[in-house]
Write a protein that binds this ligand. Structure first.
Ligand SMILES: [Zn+2]
Length: 334
């Protein structure tokens, strides 16, 4: 029988208003890793809280070694705002913002911005106690689910391989450091402190997809099996993840301006050479321009989208009107 404790982390905002971040702490009663699983650090990436909720139900019964800390809503204020960051401004880019992007702000600052105060509270209560970290995010629905390990850390790579998610990608330029350089990304803090970590990007922001929730729950269970914290072998398609670094990829572009209409191909699925990926319906000459796959492979990106965090009106980022030359699919060559 596991000991499932609901706990809370106290945080105070710049304006003096306090709030609490709830989390579960599960302890098998046996020695083993202490794994931190974090989700919704960005408030519009909300498939992973439900993945953690499903995982917790199973882990309560099946955890046999070590312990875990499960935080489904790392950034509740951003979730309430239904956008990525606590202090969110439309059209502003937060990619490398170490002050307002929670994921870039570790270990935080008790007197800093709202994001820095939040990372400080999480860091000093749960982050420093953990030996491993799985940080769950979501990128836009055009890109397939991908696991992002630290390439020169064998445990991180082993965890990533165990997920059986569609794709794996890593940055070979980023070598593990002997100590973290602050402020940093959460997974960098772990890897540079000698603690294995990885991030997972699920497909689709602002919503949940049944398929992603199932895949995500399986991925977490598989990681815990690979760490011997649960019984059994990882499940899922044995050929996954496909390591993007090892494969050639081709970007398929729109031939003319118009609406990009997808065919029945599936993101993350296989396509044949010559198979229809869809067509562009031109608003200039109202003709249909079919787009055929130039090679056999797997669809890593599919659809017309731009980075919603970089446009003034995020909804326009999802508009399927493509400009000539714009990428509408990326195929990872077999
Ligand atoms: Zn994110």
């Amino acid at each position: 029988m596991q000991n499932n404790n609901l706990k809370f982390i106290e945080v105070s905002r710049n304006n003096g208003v306090g709030y609490r971040v709830p989390y579960w702490e599960l302890d098998s009663g046996h020695t083993g890793p202490r794994v931190l699983v974090t989700a919704a650090m960005h408030g519009n990436e909300i498939q992973s809280p439900e993945i953690i909720r499903r995982f917790n139900e199973i882990a309560q019964k099946e955890l046999i070694a070590g312990s875990c800390i499960l935080i489904p809503f790392c950034n509740p204020v951003a979730v309430h705002g239904r956008h990525a960051h606590i202090d969110f401004e439309v059209g502003r880019y937060y990619g490398r913002d170490q002050i307002n992007n929670l994921n870039c702000s570790w270990p935080g600052d008790p007197n800093g911005s709202d994001a820095q105060r939040l990372s400080y509270a999480l860091f000093n209560t749960v982050v420093q106690k953990a030996t491993h970290c799985i940080d769950l995010h979501c990128w836009q629905s055009m890109t397939a689910t991908t696991v992002l390990p630290q390439h020169d850390n064998p445990v991180s790579m082993g965890m990533a391989t165990a997920t059986r998610l569609p794709f794996m990608k890593y940055n070979t330029e980023r070598k593990t450091k002997t100590r973290p350089e602050y402020p940093c990304i959460l997974t960098e803090y772990f890897n540079d402190s000698g603690h294995p970590a990885l991030a997972i990007e699920f497909s689709g922001q602002f919503l949940t997809h049944h398929h992603e929730l199932e895949n995500g729950t399986m991925a977490l269970l598989n990681i815990f099996k690979s760490l011997k914290m649960m019984a059994g072998e990882p499940e899922g398609e044995t050929k996954r993840p496909i390591i993007i670094n090892d494969q050639q990829q081709i970007n398929v572009t729109a031939p003319v301006n118009g609406l990009f209409v997808k065919s029945k191909c599936r993101l993350g699925g296989k396509v044949q050479k010559g198979e229809s990926l869809g067509h562009v319906f031109s608003d200039t000459d109202i003709t249909r321009h079919e787009i055929l796959s130039p090679a056999a492979g797997w669809l890593f990106r599919y659809g017309r989208q731009e980075d919603s965090s970089r446009v003034a009106d995020p909804l326009t980022a999802y508009h399927v009107y493509a400009s000539a030359g714009e990428t509408v699919a990326t195929i990872i060559i077999e």
